[in-house]
Ligand binder design. Structure first.
Ligand SMILES: Nc1nc2c(c(=O)[nH]1)N[C@H]1C(S)=C(S)[C@@H](COP(=O)(O)O)O[C@H]1N2
Ligand SMILES: [Mo]
Length: 355
């Protein structure tokens, strides 16, 4: 038994070694910058965000609530259903919190609580159809096996989606059991988890134990207290889909590059996407030029972009990139402050030395 425990500990330690730790227990960690370089983030470089300690999971998920056919599903049951595969960019709603001022409470995320993985799983709408939801279905609740204390109560991590969105085949929502071709790791929600494309990461409930069809709105802690935009000047709103962002992945911040032509590269994504325009500026105050934008490799996957730069003048230079999506949403220059520090998609400034 002790040897088994040691093996589990070892595997956990190895799976975490390449990440930039934000807190040890529960384990929260940012991806290293290389995580954004490729098309897909290798599993050991994918950021991790958990609100509570790693839970035990008994391998069973129940589907119940307002349904005609309640079910108990195991990994084998999910694998027996048609499998879908999607590359999905996932970003924590708290990503970029450190750039908000005054600094909100909460995990001090820099800019790397974002990654993209290839997920395999059963389609949520097919699982729901088998359970035969009642006509009065209003929301679908997803609950994880993890529990902890919050405001003097013992609670689990639960999030609900509107029923029409959960049941829509076009939402692309998976109950995933595979990540980048492997079974899920403990930190990423083994044995199965939700993957809700386009939403910030909180919707993708890990260690899934229960799906419940509800006839009333869900009012759990993580639905109504956390993950809310608490604006200083107007009523609070729920945080939902990812805001558009463009990131420079090459050159790296503070890089020294030789004088001459340079191809600047990056990624762009949006929950209301696809991204239709990326612009780059090599100086403060205006002067935006259009980057080449590669078509998305999938509907929920970040897009690559590049831009030619004549980096001939030896000096410190600034680079800024800005994405605009098909809905016309773009990035502000200044973080839009909210009390809990969510959804910061302000244009970043990186400095490089041309020498
Ligand atoms: N059960 C459970 N699911 C969860 C969470 C959690 O704390 N418990 N955190 C959510 C948040 S806030 C994010 S950003 C993503 C992160 O997924 P990852 O750790 O696989 O990157 O998981 C989501 N799913
Ligand atoms: Mo998150």
């Amino acid at each position: 038994m002790a040897a088994e425990d040691n093996a589990v500990e070892d595997r956990l330690r190895r799976s975490r070694a390449a990440l930039a730790m934000v807190s040890p227990d529960p384990f929260n960690a940012e991806a290293p910058p290389e995580a954004l370089a490729g098309d897909i983030t290798p599993t050991n470089l994918h950021y991790v965000r958990s609100n509570f300690a790693l839970p035990a999971h008994d391998g069973v998920m129940v589907v119940g609530g307002a349904v005609a056919n309640p079910m108990r599903l195991t990994l084998d049951d999910l694998r027996a259903m048609p499998a879908a595969e999607e590359a999905v960019t996932m970003e924590c709603a708290g990503n970029g919190r450190l750039a908000q001022a005054p600094l909100p409470g909460g995990e001090p995320w820099g800019q790397y609580a974002v990654s993209a993985a290839r997920w395999t799983g059963a389609l949520l709408h097919q699982v729901l159809a088998r359970a035969r939801p009642a006509d009065e279905a209003a929301e679908v609740l997803f609950e994880g096996a993890d529990r902890g204390r919050c405001h003097h109560q013992d609670i689990s991590f639960g999030r609900a989606l509107p029923y029409p969105y959960a049941a829509d085949p076009g939402s692309g929502i998976l109950i995933a059991y595979g990540m980048n071709g492997e079974p899920l790791s403990a930190d990423h929600g083994a044995p199965f988890r939700m993957i809700v494309p386009r939403y910030y990461g909180f919707a993708s409930v890990k260690w899934l134990t229960r799906i419940a069809v509800l006839t009333e709105p869900y009012a759990g802690e993580f639905q109504t207290s956390a993950y809310m935009y608490e604006w200083p000047d107007r009523p609070a709103e729920p945080v939902t889909v990812m805001r558009p962002r463009a990131r420079v992945t090459d050159p790296a911040p503070s890089a020294k590059i030789p004088a001459g032509p340079y191809t600047v590269r990056g990624k762009a994504w949006s929950g209301t996407g696809p991204v239709t325009k990326v612009e780059v500026s090599f100086a403060g105050d205006g002067d935006w030029q259009r980057a080449r934008l590669f078509p998305p490799a999938g509907p929920y996957h970040w897009q690559e972009w590049s831009c030619d730069w004549q980096a001939t003048r030896v000096a410190r230079h600034t680079i800024r990139a800005r994405a605009t999506d098909v809905a016309g949403n773009t990035q502000p220059d200044v973080p839009v402050w909210n009390r809990l520090g969510y959804g910061n998609n302000a244009v970043e400034v990186i400095c490089v030395d041309v020498c």
